[in-house]
Design a protein around this ligand. Structure first.
Ligand SMILES: [Zn+2]
Length: 251
């Protein structure tokens, strides 16, 4: 109880600081503060990092993230191409690229979100990540052999808040190098905003909006090896309803 007696000699201001440094409540009279401080001491409650320290850590983590690439948050507005003008030059992001990226080990990896994203994709619902209205235009910028994509996302339930800023850095081939979002989960590099950007690009690739000159080449797509395709009238066609059809949405 020696420590308890020591706390009893402390003034309220000192006790309040001791408690708030450890994220504990600071209400109550002197007796209450002493008891709480003693409990915190006895349980070895560590000092919580201050807001400034947290900001400093986030800054350092961000600097690590953009090491070896250019920082897209520093690009001027003129560097970015609009979605309509830039879509044909978007990177060739495919499902396997997204899978590789979200399964990659990184700090703050959210396995639950990863599973949710992958399941949504498998069930043909990945579009919900970007069709719910809060993913704004995806803009692109090509620099140093890499493609940067950025988009603003408004939190769906908080439309009055500032939108989150998400960016993704890819090789033109589709391999995802880095990604970031200003939401709290962002430095973990997997949040639903980043997923929304990635799935939107993937859908654009899959529907031949990206690099159309290449993908629409007849020689690549219209040849069915070993089988000639016969012309048929529409009424003679047998149309199957696959699992994507259940949703009524075709990507
Ligand atoms: Zn986010």
């Amino acid at each position: 109880m020696e420590k308890y007696k020591e706390f009893e000699t402390w003034r309220n201001a000192a006790l309040t600081k001791y408690l708030s440094d450890r994220g504990w409540k600071t209400t109550g009279d002197h007796k209450m503060l002493v008891a709480r401080a003693f409990s915190a001491w006895e349980n070895n409650i560590p000092v919580q990092p201050s807001a400034a320290e947290l900001a400093e850590t986030a800054k350092k983590e961000y600097e690590q993230l953009v090491e070896g690439i250019e920082d897209p948050l520093q690009f001027g507005p003129e560097a970015w191409t609009t979605e309509t003008e830039g879509i044909e030059g978007w990177p060739n992001v495919m499902y396997s690229d997204i899978y590789d990226y979200i399964m990659k080990e990184h700090p703050g990896k959210d396995q639950t979100l990863n599973n949710r994203m992958l399941n949504a994709y498998k069930e043909g619902k990945a579009y919900t990540f970007y069709t719910n209205g809060w993913l704004q235009e995806v803009q692109s910028c090509k620099r140093g052999g890499l493609v940067y994509l950025r988009a603003k996302c408004t939190p769906s339930c908080k439309i009055n808040e500032f939108p989150h800023k998400a960016w993704v850095c890819c090789h033109q081939t589709g391999t995802i190098k880095e990604a970031y979002c200003s939401c709290t989960a962002g430095l973990g590099q997997s949040c639903s905003h980043i997923a929304a950007v990635l799935f939107k690009v993937e859908a654009a690739v899959r529907t031949y909006l990206v690099n159309p000159a290449c993908t629409s080449t007849a020689a690549r797509w219209n040849v069915a090896p070993g089988k000639r395709v016969q012309k048929r009238k529409c009424k003679d066609l047998c149309l199957k309803n696959d699992k994507f059809g259940k949703t009524g949405v075709y990507l």
